[in-house]
Design a protein around this ligand. Structure first.
Ligand SMILES: NC(=O)c1ccc[n+]([C@@H]2O[C@H](COP(=O)([O-])OP(=O)(O)OC[C@H]3O[C@@H](n4cnc5c(N)ncnc54)[C@H](O)[C@@H]3O)[C@@H](O)[C@H]2O)c1
Ligand SMILES: O=C(O)[C@H](O)CO
Length: 327
């Protein structure tokens, strides 16, 4: 890891770009009175001034596309989320930039969302609540999660919590990881690239893996052909992991029973997109990690990493993502 200079120029600032930016700046300012924090609440204009910005704290999605061209002094980006894909894909990423993520806090958020979506699929939640809205009393038959097979792709913090809750529900859990290794709360762990070969018995395929060159389009036509017609897909990680065209085709042809999607290749999901209206799709607007407890959960990591940045201590940063390394 290239060492950064710990020297900070007098007028340099740490920009916090988020809906809760005021809160973060106030808390970080209390902890580090010698540093200058600037809150920036989205939407952020493309021409926003980042001229004095030495460090940036953000989820990434609200940043201008030409961020790096507008922020010549930027040396560190602290993501507020787990995924680093947005910042890493911006043009002109400086090779010397430090990027760290907020990985580690999302397990309960993603796991609760996955269980919520699996139950909604299993208990025909969409139909039940549509019926309620129209005052229709129609008893829909559901199915149990208990005893069903679930394959959870992704063995990070979220994958682990998802497996734990699935196991507690009495499901039979298999994990898929970049490099197979023994993991908790799973009967087996297979390689990510072997998923298609294991889908014949799977009732729920849950995606909780980071988006990278190795996971782009991981779930495609061959996966849907391998799945049971009664099986469901649940995706809470990133839309690009699924070939959405192949998914729509699989749904239209009743190759699979349905899907619950929190993330999409293009966000916001375009109004005319088939996935909005598909009768066997539950679509939510990237909300798995959107919980009111979030600022308090991420704050300890922010405080720690801001301290490391101020000291020029790259090796102390938690969740440092090495640029150029595949996920
Ligand atoms: N829908 C949502 O609101 C939401 C919320 C949080 C996370 N997510 C997505 O879910 C994914 C998984 O979440 P998680 O909490 O398990 O994340 P995590 O970072 O704890 O787990 C991902 C795994 O991949 C590895 N990894 C992650 N980024 C890497 C990188 N850049 N380089 C090398 N290895 C890397 C980690 O070591 C870990 O084993 C995230 O990457 C993100 O895309 C979505
Ligand atoms: O990666 C995450 O933490 C969420 O998807 C928000 O970006």
């Amino acid at each position: 890891m290239r060492a950064h200079s710990s020297r900070r120029s007098g007028d340099g600032e740490i920009v916090v770009c988020d809906k809760d930016a005021e809160f973060y700046c106030s808390e970080l300012g209390n902890a580090y009175a010698q540093l200058r924090f600037r809150p920036l609440v989205p939407p952020v204009a493309e021409e926003q001034d980042f001229g004095r910005c030495e460090a940036l704290v953000s989820f990434g999605n609200s940043l201008p596309d030409r961020l790096f061209q507008r922020a010549p002094r930027l040396r560190w980006v602290q993501m507020l989320g787990a995924g680093t894909d947005r910042i890493m894909s911006l043009p002109g990423l400086p090779p010397s930039l430090w990027v760290s993520s907020a990985s580690g806090i999302h397990g309960p958020m993603l796991a609760e969302m996955v269980v919520y979506l699996m139950l909604a699929l299993a208990r025909r939640g969409k139909t039940l609540f549509q019926n309620q809205a129209q005052g229709v009393w129609k008893r829909e038959e559901g199915m149990l999660l208990c005893g069903k097979n679930v394959l959870v792709a992704g063995t990070g913090a979220s994958g682990m919590h998802i497996r734990r809750l699935c196991e507690a529900l009495g499901m039979c859990v298999v994990a898929a990881s970049g490099a197979p290794r023994p993991v908790e709360h799973a009967e087996a762990c297979i390689a990510m690239q072997e998923i298609d070969g294991h889908l014949a018995d799977v009732d729920f395929l849950v995606l909780a893996t980071p988006y990278s060159d190795r996971t782009r389009g991981l779930i495609g036509p061959a996966s849907f052909s391998a799945m049971k017609r009664s099986a469901y897909l649940v995706n809470v990680s990133r839309g690009g992991i699924v070939d959405e065209g192949a998914l729509v085709e699989a749904l239209d042809r009743e190759r699979i029973a349905g899907a619950a999607l929190d993330v999409f290749q293009q966000e916001p999901l375009p109004r005319e997109h088939a996935l909005w209206r598909h009768p066997r799709v539950l679509a939510t607007p990237h909300v798995a990690g959107l919980v009111r407890e979030y600022p308090m959960l991420v704050l300890p990591l922010l405080k720690h990493n801001v301290g490391c940045f101020a000291r020029g201590d790259a090796s102390g940063l938690r969740n440092l993502v090495k640029l150029g390394e595949p996920c």
